[in-house]
Design a protein around this ligand. Structure first.
Ligand code: SF4
Length: 176
């Protein structure tokens, strides 16, 4: 999952159009993470979507899908957009729990044995990253609010194509 500014930074670094590497999965409920209204012109068809990196199928039985930007084969797998990867990827697999920063349970499932140890966490850096993420997310949420308003009160078409244009138009070039 990522914000609009993170998506545009990746687009600028890779030269890829947003539609080529982003997905907009939907749910029927307007949860905080699923709040982009898309659909056909009729309000009855509107659904709540969220922005995330696309995944592609793999031949692996244990990992049926992987991020579009993951490159290489087992034993030599790397992130293909490492310098501009989303903050969620930078922070993974650590998360704050009260006063401490702990490894997520998902690390045991998704990462090789011994890949992460607690002592490696730079707690102040992790907290700074999370603060930046929260600030970026607040800006992104305001951009999404404007999108939803254009759909619900101005009646503009809630298509993915127009959403990509909306996203690009609501971030100053300096965020890239
Ligand atoms: S670290 Fe890179 S390859 Fe892994 S999920 Fe994030 S963007 Fe994709």
């Amino acid at each position: 999952m990522l914000s609009g500014s993170e998506a545009l930074r990746i687009a600028a670094a890779t030269g890829l159009p947003l539609a080529d590497f982003l997905a907009l999965p939907f749910r029927d409920a307007p949860e905080a993470d699923f709040r982009i209204i898309l659909g056909e012109k009729e309000p009855s068809s509107w659904r709540y979507h969220r922005l995330q990196l696309r995944r592609e199928p793999t031949p692996s039985e244990s990992h049926a899908q992987r991020c579009l930007f993951l490159q290489g084969e087992p034993g030599a797998i790397r992130c293909g957009i490492y310098p501009v990867r989303p903050r969620a990827c930078i922070a993974f697999p650590y998360q704050e729990q009260g006063e401490s920063v702990r490894r997520s349970r998902l690390a045991r499932v998704w990462c090789p044995p011994g890949a992460w140890v607690k002592d490696e966490v730079d707690v102040p850096a992790h907290r700074l990253l999370r603060r930046e993420q929260a600030s970026d997310r607040a800006h992104y949420n305001a951009v999404i609010d404007r999108w939803n308003d254009s759909v619900t009160t101005q009646g503009l078409p809630p298509t993915p194509e127009r959403f990509w244009l909306h996203l690009a138009a609501h971030y100053p070039p300096t965020v890239f």
